[in-house]
Design a protein. Structure first.
Length: 129
C-alpha cells in the first residue's frame, strides 16, 4: 500500500523541512503541502482512494480553515470512518485544552508538539506510532 502525506500547515518553512525529512525516510512518498484546512480538504477529496494510506499532519492555528474546523468538516464528509486515513495533530500549541480535545477525538492518532523528531516521523510512516 502506498502512502500519501498531506502537510496541512500555514508555515511554508515547516512544510519544506518536513517534506524533505519525509522524502529522506521514504523517497516513494507523495507529499502534498496545504497552506490551510480548506486546501487540505480539497486535496484530500481530489487524491483520496481506498487503495492508499493517507497521513495527515494537521496544524491547529491556520487562516481560512483552522485545524479544529478541518476536523469538523472531515467528520461531515464521513472521512473519519476510513481506516486508511491517519491524522496527527502537529502544533506549537502546548495548551492542555487542545491536547485533551485532540485525545478525546477517536480518529486522531496523536497530538505532537513541534518540532517532531525524525524518529517519530519514521514511526508514523511505518504505522508504528
Amino acid at each position: 500500500m502506498t502512502t500519501k502525506v498531506l502537510i496541512i500547515d500555514d508555515d511554508t518553512i515547516y512544510q519544506v523541512i518536513t517534506s524533505k525529512t519525509l522524502k529522506k525516510l521514504d523517497n516513494k512518498l507523495e507529499v502534498f503541502p496545504c497552506l490551510n484546512g480548506k486546501i487540505g480538504l480539497e486535496t484530500l477529496l481530489q487524491k483520496y482512494t481506498e487503495q492508499e494510506r493517507f497521513v495527515l499532519l494537521l496544524d491547529l492555528n491556520m487562516p481560512v480553515l483552522d485545524g479544529w474546523e478541518f476536523i469538523h468538516e472531515f467528520e461531515k464528509l464521513n472521512f473519519h470512518h476510513n481506516s486508511n486515513i491517519d491524522i496527527y495533530i502537529i502544533s506549537s500549541s502546548t495548551d492542555q485544552i487542545d491536547i485533551t480535545k485532540a485525545q478525546n477525538i477517536l480518529f486522531i492518532k496523536e497530538f505532537l508538539s513541534k518540532p517532531v523528531a525524525v524518529s517519530k516521523f519514521d514511526k508514523i510512516l511505518n504505522g508504528n506510532s
